[in-house]
Design a protein around this ligand. Structure first.
Ligand code: KIV
Ligand code: ZN
Length: 389
């Protein structure tokens, strides 16, 4: 039996704070509706204490999708932030408060300039206060991957005893590497199960070393039950864990992870395109799952193999993520098989062997000159060839 992994989408909180990605309330609501179609378990809708605009946007999201999707929003470990979260999400069917506080030496010394004990007490007090408002509280140990393990555990133990129901372990600056992050999660998980087996262990990774997806998958492999991600990996600096990559990683390698999500994968591409449309931020063409070229094949050897059986060079079908079909790009490297397939797909007879060779020679000349040959070029090639012959 597969273990279910809970997916929290934080595109509207951690993702939306990147330069150039500012969305207005209507755009946020439109995106939240698409997240509902995608069937995410939880939407982190914003950081209500940051501005009146953010507070209102969270409330509108709750009004629109809060009856069917669990909603959370972020608070620092201070009463006014927690109040703002509560006021903005309280009408949702399944709301919870998310509190963040650093645990690394650098956060404790430089950000708070307090003793470790005092910072830990701030966290405990914040959880106790949040629990007077809502039964579910998530606690994030910011910069966990650069924290001293015993202090990190001391914090987790104290906030769980104070009532936290989800412990989220962030790799805030994208510093962790997969074996190490997996090991950290395994150690926390072992102790957490003894402390309170009902507490959910969650992870939140950043992509500064390009390892957010790998770290998240490694954490799942080592016991994490919940992941925090964004669409297109949108987020601070090099971004957050990309939701589509983790979800498809678990789906394609189900035999390895024995885990699944409730995500409706056929909505992935549409969600990605909507985010690009709303933010104006493009996805790199070779981005896994949602890049323009993610299902495009241009090498002749690959095109020949795919035309024999798609599984030869395809680990997932484009249809599974909501793309129309695989794309064979015709270039000078495309072989006879791919070119013949394109000619036939346009409804032309490829002709006898001799005639087809002559046509293929013309195709190669054109492909050398143009680099990429499109449908209209194939149409021109065939019709002019037939007229001249
Ligand atoms: O990166 C981070 O540490 C965060 C927390 C608020 C979870 O975004
Ligand atoms: Zn983050």
């Amino acid at each position: 039996m597969n273990r279910n992994i809970i997916v929290l989408d934080t595109t509207l909180r951690d993702g939306e704070q990147v330069p150039g990605a500012k969305l207005n309330v209507n755009q946020k609501v439109e995106f939240a509706q698409q997240l509902k179609r995608l069937n995410v378990d939880i939407i982190e809708a914003g950081f209500p204490a940051s501005s009146a605009g953010d507070f209102n946007a969270v409330r509108e999201i709750v009004r629109t999708v809060g009856d069917s999707v669990s909603i959370t929003a972020l608070a620092r470990a201070v009463k006014s932030d927690i109040d703002a979260v509560y006021e903005s999400i309280k009408l949702a069917q399944n709301p919870f408060i998310h509190i963040v506080l650093g645990t690394s030496n650098i956060h404790v010394d430089k950000k708070f300039n307090r003793s470790k004990e005092a910072v830990l007490q701030m966290g405990v007090d914040a959880v106790k206060y949040a629990k007077t408002l809502l039964p579910e509280v998530q606690y994030s140990t910011e910069d966990a991957s650069r924290s001293d393990f015993e202090y990190l555990w001391q914090t987790i133990e104290a906030v769980v005893k104070a009532g936290a129901t989800i412990i989220n372990v962030p790799d805030t600056v994208g510093y962790a590497v997969p074996e190490e992050f997996g090991d950290l999660i395994r150690r926390i998980n072992e102790r957490l199960k003894n402390l309170n087996e009902n507490v959910i262990l969650s992870v939140h990774c950043h992509n500064d070393l390009g390892l957010a997806t790998a770290n998240t998958l490694s954490a799942i492999h080592n016991g994490a039950d919940k992941v925090e991600c964004t669409i297109n990996g949108l987020g601070e600096r090099a971004g957050n864990t990309s939701l589509e990559e983790v979800v498809m990683g678990l789906k394609v390698r189900e035999n390895h992870y024995h885990c699944s999500t409730r995500i409706k994968t056929t909505e992935l591409l549409r969600t990605s395109r909507l985010l690009t449309h709303l933010t104006g931020l493009d996805v790199q063409v070779n981005k896994a799952i949602t890049g323009e070229n993610a299902f495009a094949h241009s090498s002749g050897i690959h095109q020949d193999g795919l035309l024999k059986d798609r599984q030869v060079y395809e680990i997932m079908s484009p249809e599974e993520v909501g793309a129309e079909s695989m794309e064979l790009i015709l270039t000078a490297r495309s072989g006879r098989h791919a070119f013949k397939n394109a000619v036939e797909k346009m409804g032309f007879d490829p002709g006898d062997a001799e005639d087809f060779e002559a046509l293929f020679a013309k195709f190669l000349t054109l492909a050398d000159a143009k680099k990429e040959v499109y449908d209209h070029d194939v149409f021109y090639l065939v019709t002019s060839h037939r007229t001249l012959n």
